[in-house]
Ligand binder design. Structure first.
Ligand SMILES: Cc1cc2nc3c(=O)[nH]c(=O)nc-3n(C[C@H](O)[C@H](O)[C@H](O)COP(=O)(O)OP(=O)(O)OC[C@H]3O[C@@H](n4cnc5c(N)ncnc54)[C@H](O)[C@@H]3O)c2cc1C
Length: 503
């Protein structure tokens, strides 16, 4: 049995930061055990066509006024930090029939969107006991109550624009909590080029020998004075503290006895407040598809676009004729159902990043939410993925002033004379299929309270079993910098308890 001061489970950003801080504080005997054969976890930079680099996990530094990781990056010489660009310019909004409808002087959808978000927020500010409902229901309620103040077009298109929130939370409007909907942006968003620089920097700020890759932790036993951590390859570690940074989705499997990859057996079992809190939390699945072209034949004016799901031409009449809100919710709910068998890309809101605007890379990055993510990530071939998205990609290119048809050349056989865009490669994330991620990050459905799990996992003043990760913190919840903050928090806690004061 190897003796260590601290065992850290998981080498994502929270685990790496914990190790880095412990080393800074004078710890000299720790181990970071990681199931995958790489560090970074949900930060993962991969090569594509012509070795262009893409982040298939996180891409942005959010909340750059308060983001500690971003501020740490800024404090370093430029050549040592990851480049970034601010890409918050106005969103291009595309409808299947109408084409571009952003900044439309009659519909003023952007202004309405702000009003709708404020309407949602006010409901829960004014009365703490208001029942949490899904975002779809809140939108219908808004339309019903404000119908005399909205035009038919506004009633038709605002629900579809509002679905833009799905790409923040990674779940669809009918699963998304209205109470937890709001994203209070603390500063601009910076698109990182690329996160691998940051992961490598933090991973090399503590001894290499601490890292144990390709090793899955299978059990944590806290019955004795020390914590005993066992791995699937038979190693056993004994330590003063263990910091568990595995994703919420993987930790959830410790609640049931069924063996599976990533699952950790706890002896004694996880505390009852942790088990209870898991009943009031969910997990989203943001996914990405990257379309790599041979050259940029479209406009570089705008960074981002959203293609709205198709709207119902009958919706304004139905809203105006409605006698009762609940009936209207039911009616519109069945109007907006889809199934994947005959579903198509215009059933979903999709978010596009025009990478060519800020880099020399002629690629479009699409972001989607669950349940679409789970479906697309299960498709085995890039041809199938492209077939699904072809209609929207065509309209996005049109909205960016490219009217030539897309030619596909996945085998890279065409010469370079074609005038229009030649699609060379399609990359798709696989987070929902990855046993060490099982999706993207924590999310809230109606009735959830994310604070419960955070307090249950991170609130103990005495436990030797510590938790870190994006799901264990309020400041930066779900984000890279939240995970990073949680690593700082746990390292400080352990250092204080073990009498290490150096920082
Ligand atoms: C597609 C996508 C887009 C995103 N976009 C953004 C964004 O733009 N900005 C942003 O701020 N955030 C974004 N996020 C969220 C962000 O990536 C995460 O919040 C953050 O990286 C989580 O870090 P972590 O350390 O908490 O967890 P992880 O990175 O998941 O680290 C946990 C580690 O534990 C390991 N592990 C699991 N089980 C075991 C086991 N039994 N034994 C040993 N090791 C184990 C895993 O392999 C993993 O490496 C995105 C996430 C995804 C998936």
């Amino acid at each position: 049995m190897a003796g260590k001061q601290v065992v850290i489970i998981g080498a994502g950003i929270s685990g790496l930061k914990t190790a880095s801080e412990l080393y800074k504080k004078g710890f000299d005997s720790c181990v970071v055990i990681e199931a995958r054969d790489r560090v970074g976890g949900r930060l993962h930079t991969v090569p594509g066509y012509k070795n262009n680099k893409y982040d298939v996990g996180a891409s942005w530094h959010h909340d750059t006024l308060v983001n500690g990781l971003f501020l740490e990056e800024l404090s370093m010489p430029k050549e040592q930090r990851a480049s970034f660009v601010f890409d918050d310019d106005a969103l291009v909004v595309i409808d299947q029939e109408k084409g571009r409808i952003d900044q439309d002087p009659d519909m003023t959808l952007e202004v309405l969107m702000e009003e709708l978000l404020k309407y949602n927020q006010l409901q829960y500010f004014e009365d703490l006991d208001v029942k949490d409902v899904n975002f779809f229901e809140t939108i219908v309620k808004y339309l019903y109550e404000r119908r005399d103040l909205l035009t038919d077009d506004q009633i038709r298109y605002i629900p579809q624009l509002a679905r833009y929130m799905e790409s923040w939370h990674g779940i669809d409007w009918k699963s998304l909590s209205s109470k937890c909907l709001e994203i209070a942006h603390q500063g601009r968003n910076a698109f990182v080029l690329n996160y691998d620089t940051i992961v490598e920097r933090i991973a090399s700020s503590f001894p290499k020998g601490w890292l144990k890759l390709g090793t899955e932790v299978i059990s944590v036993n806290t019955e004795g004075k020390k914590v005993v951590v066992s791995t699937s390859s038979g190693e056993v570690y004994e330590s003063d503290y263990v910091v568990i940074t595995i994703p919420q989705s993987v930790l959830a499997h410790s609640l049931s006895p069924t063996p599976r990859k990533g699952r950790i057996e706890f002896t004694p079992p996880l505390a009852s407040n942790i088990q209870d809190a898991f009943q009031r939390t969910h997990y989203g699945a943001l996914g990405k598809v990257i379309f790599e072209f041979d050259k940029c034949c479209w406009s570089k004016d705008r960074s981002r676009a959203i293609t709205m799901a198709k709207s119902n031409p009958e919706i304004a009449r139905k809203v105006r004729d409605a006698q009762e809100l609940n009936q209207l919710v039911e009616k519109l709910n069945s109007d907006t159902k889809y199934n994947f068998k005959n579903g198509e890309s215009w059933d979903f809101p999709l978010f596009f990043v025009n990478l060519a605007k800020h880099t020399d890379n002629p690629s479009l990055i699409l972001l989607m939410a669950d349940p679409l993510t789970t479906y697309i990530e299960s498709l085995p071939e890039k041809e199938k993925v492209y077939d699904f998205f072809k209609p929207v990609v065509k309209e996005v290119l049109k909205a960016f002033d490219c009217f030539e048809p897309v030619v596909t050349d996945f085998e890279d056989k065409l010469d370079e004379t074609s005038e229009g865009p030649v699609l060379k490669n399609v990359l798709t994330t696989k987070w929902t299929q990855d046993p060490y991620a099982l999706g993207a990050y924590s999310a809230c459905s109606p009735g959830d309270d994310p604070m419960d799990l955070i307090l249950a996992l991170a609130g103990s003043e005495t436990s030797k079993v510590r938790f870190a990760g994006e799901h264990t913190i309020m400041d930066g919840a779900g984000c890279v910098y939240g995970a990073w903050n949680s690593g700082v928090r746990e390292a400080s806690f352990i250092a204080e308890k073990m009498g290490k004061v150096r920082s």
